[in-house]
Structures are given as C-alpha cells and as structure tokens.
Design a protein around this ligand. Structure first.
Ligand code: ZN
Ligand code: ZN
Length: 135
C-alpha cells in the first residue's frame, strides 16, 4: 500500500501490516498536532519506506516527527526505543484504520467514551502495566 501527504510531494510505501492501531493522547502528540488526541498506525520501523520526496524532521518534546515541507501534513513519528514508526492514521485509506485502544489517557483533555480500552499510560502490548483510567 502507498500513502501520501495532502499535496502528493511525499509518498510512503507501507510494506507490512500494522503492529497496532490506536489513539494516542500524550502531551507530545497533543503539542505536535494541535489536537486532543491522534490516530496512529504503528509499524516495524523498516516497514514504512519513503518512496518519493524528502520529509522534514522536527521534534516538539520527546520523539522525532516528520512532515511535508510543502503542505505541512504530519506524516509519521519515530520511536526508536521500541523500533516502531507511527504513521498518522489520517493518511490511511478509508477503512484501513481500525483502532484497538486509547493510550496515554492520563493526558486526555476530555474523556472519550467508546468500547475500546483506555490505558492510563502504555498498553500491555507495548510493555506497559495495562492500567486503565476510570472512563
Ligand atoms: Zn505535501
Ligand atoms: Zn502520543
């Protein structure tokens, strides 16, 4: 599968199935996206390959992120500590983003009440405690 930024200058090849898909409420994602929480589709780092264009790198708080220098689309984040690259879920075609949980809910701006688990910090999948918030 191939995804691209809004203007098409950057094209990214997706070579594998996602390791996990989720909404992240952490303060780093909030600051980088100017949003309450962000859809992320996480892959093994080498499964997301730049096929065309040169994304620009920037860091807001903790992790390096990449965006299109022409249209500003947020593309992906690198999380080297776990060997993952998190693609912005907005870039996937309709139906390809199937969230399994919310994480870093201790930072949540407001409760999001749905049928998914709401992990306070990291989910068990990412070696977290699996502790959930009250909502
Ligand atoms: Zn672009
Ligand atoms: Zn986050």
């Amino acid at each position: 599968m191939q995804v691209q930024c809004r203007c098409g200058a950057i094209k990214i090849q997706v070579l594998a199935d996602p390791v996990a898909q989720f909404f992240c409420h952490c303060d780093d994602c909030q600051a980088a996206h100017g949003a309450a929480y962000v859809p992320e589709s996480a892959y093994a780092a080498d499964a997301l390959v730049i096929a065309e264009g040169s994304p620009s790198a920037w860091m807001v708080k903790r992790n390096q992120r990449f965006f299109c220098p022409t249209c500003g689309t947020r593309l992906f984040i690198d999380i080297p500590s776990v060997g993952l690259r998190g693609l912005n879920g907005h870039l996937l075609p309709a139906g390809a983003f199937e969230p399994q949980f919310h994480m870093h809910c201790s930072y949540a701006v407001l409760p999001v009440r749905d049928g998914l688990p709401h992990y306070k910090s990291w989910p068990p999948r990412f070696l977290g405690s699996g502790e959930v918030v009250a909502w």
